[in-house]
Design a protein around this ligand. Structure first.
Ligand code: SF4
Length: 375
């Protein structure tokens, strides 16, 4: 394997489209240095000014009660569990206000599939947060939650989406994608939205005018073929309805989950970096690829910036889902700015449309040290 067949030969300024076999070759065979270099070249072509964006956000979960029972989830609780909760709109708004006082500009609002929560409750969350924190962007309800809500209300996905649009929502997080192949979903999330349902929500959302992100959770029972199929399905939908703002992968966190017993080899940080690089190359119609200091660790997140990523994710004021699985990483805005600068890029704070709000100091001069220690 030389990787020679994988070198783009398109004209300058043009995007090269990798086919399925080439995508697999990138993921499985290309030496790490070549892969990172290829992805970095593509990143430089798209973002020649070397900007790396991040957002200051908060992820309060309005409920941890869930009837879906995904095998990878340490967050969900049954209704009768002692630590089960369902927050009122006022309680959520107070959390958002607290985060806003610490600098959060976006709230990523998600929760378990709780049958007690109805569409009018979602409207109440949105209205109460909007009233309490009019300057905070609300980025709510994953495609999987929207499919569940449509079933709960016995209405169409479009009806749910239109209700959110009418409430002023313009962006939706792409959670619940996991791996978009049914053979994998049957093992890790058999009662969750199917591949087709997840894609259908995104397509319909894009057609209404929403922007969404696309996610992927790897490092459990999936194969390389599954990962490439996932990317190609996203790419195909982006060709049809170009509403995805970014691709956000993260690795399965095995702590305290039933799926742990089936995972013999948890994802190594190098695998994360490979997937960032392959995503940058295969998702030629996605502008932004996120490497997250939070979901992996600071070093892996920083390395991802040298493997094609242009976004560093959120500086989370509040987060529970990863913490329940025993994964916890902390960084302040100053830390994130330093991490980006030490990787050789210019940090910039963005909003949920990936519009730059504030550009920070340029990269640290070479020789001042690359990585920050994980904590
Ligand atoms: S991942 Fe989401 S849908 Fe699945 S069990 Fe956890 S809270 Fe429920």
């Amino acid at each position: 394997m030389t990787g020679r067949s994988l070198s783009p030969n398109s004209k300058p300024g043009k995007t090269y489209r990798y086919d399925r076999a080439q995508g697999l070759e990138l993921l499985a065979d290309l030496p790490m240095g070549q892969l990172m270099n290829l992805a970095h070249q593509e990143r430089v072509r798209r973002f020649p000014d070397g900007t790396v964006t991040f957002v200051v956000d908060t992820n309060p979960n309005y409920t941890n009660v869930c009837v879906t029972g995904c095998a990878f989830c340490a967050f969900c609780r049954k209704n009768h569990d002692a630590d089960a909760y369902l927050l009122s709109p006022q309680e959520v708004a107070e959390k958002v206000a607290t985060a806003a006082a610490k600098g959060a500009t976006t709230v990523l609002l998600q929760g378990g599939h709780n049958p007690k929560v109805r569409l009018q409750d979602w409207q109440a969350y949105i209205a109460t947060i909007s009233s309490a924190c009019p300057h905070v962007h609300i980025h709510p309800f994953s495609p999987a939650e929207i499919v569940f809500m449509a079933g709960r209300e016995n209405c169409s996905v479009t009806d749910v989406l239109q209700t959110l649009w009418d409430a002023g929502i313009r962006t939706i997080p792409g959670g619940g994608a996991e791996i978009l192949t049914e053979s994998v979903r049957q093992i890790i999330a058999p009662r969750k939205a199917t591949t087709d349902q997840w894609l259908e929500v995104c397509e319909k959302a894009h057609r209404i005018g929403f922007k969404t992100t696309a996610t992927m959770m790897f490092g459990h029972v999936e194969t390389d073929d599954d990962i490439i199929d996932h990317l190609l399905r996203l790419r195909h939908l982006q060709d049809l309805t170009p509403g995805f703002t970014s691709f956000i992968p993260w690795s399965f966190k095995p702590g305290r989950t039933p799926l742990t017993q089936r995972v013999k080899h948890p994802a190594h940080p190098a695998r994360y970096v490979r997937i960032i690089a392959v995503a940058r190359l295969v998702l030629d119609n996605f502008r932004h690829i996120q490497s997250s200091w939070f979901s992996e660790n600071i070093s892996a997140g920083q390395l991802g910036l040298l493997a094609g990523a242009d976004d560093f994710g959120g500086v989370l004021v509040e987060e529970h889902v990863h913490k329940e699985a025993g994964h916890y990483s902390r960084a302040s805005v100053d830390d994130v700015v330093t991490i980006i600068r030490r990787a050789g890029f210019t940090p910039a704070r963005r909003d949920s449309f990936y519009r730059i709000q504030e550009t920070m100091a340029p990269p640290v001069p070479v020789g001042t040290g690359l990585f920050m220690a994980d904590r």
